[in-house]
Design a protein around this ligand. Structure first.
Ligand SMILES: C[S@@+](CC[C@H](N)C(=O)[O-])C[C@H]1O[C@@H](n2cnc3c(N)ncnc32)[C@H](O)[C@@H]1O
Length: 292
């Protein structure tokens, strides 16, 4: 890899030693594995943040991050530059069709029986996925004449993404992927260039910072639906398995877990059955006595 010319900000390229230390730090703290092909992504993300806070040298910035409370606060800001937060409303039609067929009728039955339903969008980025699931569930319960006894939790490692998710405001361009019947029910103009998710849905949605590698049992209720797409791809096999057992542990008996196609090839676990066709990666936790 040839060195890039030094910029006015100082050395603008990581040498091999620096790249290894930065990749190791990122892997240790987030679980994300950065192969050599993504060195320029790392250089750009770290470099941008260094400029924002006035550092000119990768080593000095690394030392700062590794030290004390200020370093931990700064780490939270850097993570925003190093995670891929690409997302959109109604992103995966095949997975959403599975939700219509396998989840919504059961969710309605649970609400009709006096229970509330909990949905978790794990790795929700700026919230579009969480609101998508909320719109589908809300509309279904309303069509069935049932009360809206549900909660949506979105979680992510990025504080900046979560703050945008909480606002629930998006540029009008994002509206293109929202089917018109949902747009008319759940999206309203917020100025000429933006729209917002209606308050009734935002009130039932909560966004919280979680590192998926941590044990999340204490902070989340038993989930009826765990939806985790385009997140596991950034982790190596061992961490994927660890995250999957964390996700599965939050699923109530009878609940569904939906992943992105190909994100957990060959994964299986006791008490879990694969459901859906070949284009959707979905699992159901088998019923226990206290099941659905
Ligand atoms: C490509 S986005 C996927 C967004 C959404 N799930 C979708 O499919 O449209 C990946 C998200 O995973 C988050 N992420 C990465 N590592 C994480 C970790 N260790 N714990 C929690 N979230 C993480 C990133 O911040 C980012 O917002």
């Amino acid at each position: 890899m040839g060195a890039l010319p030094a910029s006015k900000y100082g050395k603008s390229w990581m040498d091999d030693r620096q790249f290894r230390s930065w990749a190791e730090l990122l892997e240790e703290r987030t679980g994300m594995v950065l192969p050599e092909e993504r060195r320029s992504f790392l250089v750009t993300g770290v470099g941008l943040r260094m400029r924002e806070v006035g550092f000119t040298d990768f080593d000095a910035y690394y030392e700062y991050l590794a030290s004390g409370r200020a370093g931990r606060v700064e780490w939270a800001a850097l993570v925003d530059h190093l995670t891929v937060q690409e997302t959109r409303f109604f992103r995966d039609p095949k997975a959403l069709a599975l939700i219509e067929a396998h989840f919504l009728p059961r969710a309605a039955a649970r609400v009709a029986a006096g229970n509330s339903v909990h949905v978790w969008s794990a790795g929700c980025a700026t919230g579009e996925e969480a609101y998508t699931l909320g719109m589908m569930l809300d509309e279904h319960l309303s069509n069935e004449g049932l009360p809206r006894y549900y909660g949506i939790t979105g979680s992510d490692i990025s504080l900046q993404a979560l703050s945008r998710a909480r606002q629930g405001r998006y540029s009008n361009g994002r509206l293109g992927s929202v089917p018109s019947r949902y747009a008319s029910l759940y999206c309203q103009p917020a100025g000429s260039l933006r729209f917002e998710v209606v308050e009734s849905l935002r009130r039932r949605s909560c966004f919280t910072q979680l590192n998926l590698l941590d044990d999340v049992a204490a902070v989340l209720p038993g989930m009826d639906l765990v939806y985790c797409q385009n997140v596991l791809i950034y982790f190596d096999q061992a961490r994927r398995v660890r995250i999957l057992s964390n996700l599965m542990a939050r699923l109530r008996p009878g609940g569904l877990m939906i992943l992105g196609p190909g994100e957990a090839m060959g994964w299986s676990a006791p008490g879990v059955e694969r459901i859906g066709g070949p284009n959707v990666l979905a699992f159901r936790r088998l019923e226990a006595e206290e099941g659905w």
